[in-house]
Design a protein around this ligand. Structure first.
Ligand code: RP5
Length: 168
């Protein structure tokens, strides 16, 4: 039995960003596991990992990689589950290389690509949860509560900076 979400990253150095995905999934109560497995350096291991996870019941893959970031695309080629790609900073233009490598997939092999870096890693977790929530009403309720909390935080920030709202 596999976790519903599997996070894969190309290098152990990617964990500093990709741990944001795990932290957000924890906040949402979604089970996950993470692995280091490179599309370039350990292709066979990556393919075996994806096939085993899918056979074990994994619903969504989140793949983080930097530079010539082919990991999400390779995983997408090996599964029919949704693949979310997180481009990681550090290469050319601090992640522009990874963004283009992750997002520019050929027709028929989609990778849902999120923002570069920590915001993207967090959003990949939220998006994975939204995919799961299509068939998980308690999780959908948590996501709705998260939206309400976000809106309240914006209102609180406005009030803190500029005082209570006055009607005109
Ligand atoms: C990518 O190359 C990895 O995802 C990592 O972001 C980048 C550099 O990897 P290391 O050489 O630091 O292991 O495949």
């Amino acid at each position: 039995m596999s976790t519903r979400v599997v996070i894969v990253m190309g290098s152990q150095r990617d964990w500093d960003v990709m741990k944001e995905t795990g932290a957000e999934l924890d906040r949402l109560g979604v089970d996950w596991t993470a692995h280091v497995s490179s599309a370039h350096r350990s292709l066979d291991r990556t393919l075996a990992l994806v096939r085993d996870a899918e056979a074990g019941g994994t619903r969504v893959f989140v793949c983080g990689a930097g530079m010539a970031a082919h990991l999400a695309g390779v995983v997408a080629g090996a599964t029919v589950r949704p693949v979310l790609g997180v481009p990681l900073p550090g290469g050319l233009s601090d992640g522009l290389d990874a963004l283009l490598s992750t997002v520019q997939m050929p027709g028929g092999v989609p990778v849902a690509t999120v923002a570069v870096g920590k915001a993207g890693a967090k959003n990949a977790a939220v998006l994975a949860a939204q995919i799961l929530a299509v068939a998980d009403e308690p999780l959908a309720a948590k996501l709705r509560a998260g939206k309400v909390a976000q809106a309240e935080a914006v209102g609180a920030a406005d009030a803190e900076l500029f005082g209570p709202r006055r009607s005109s």
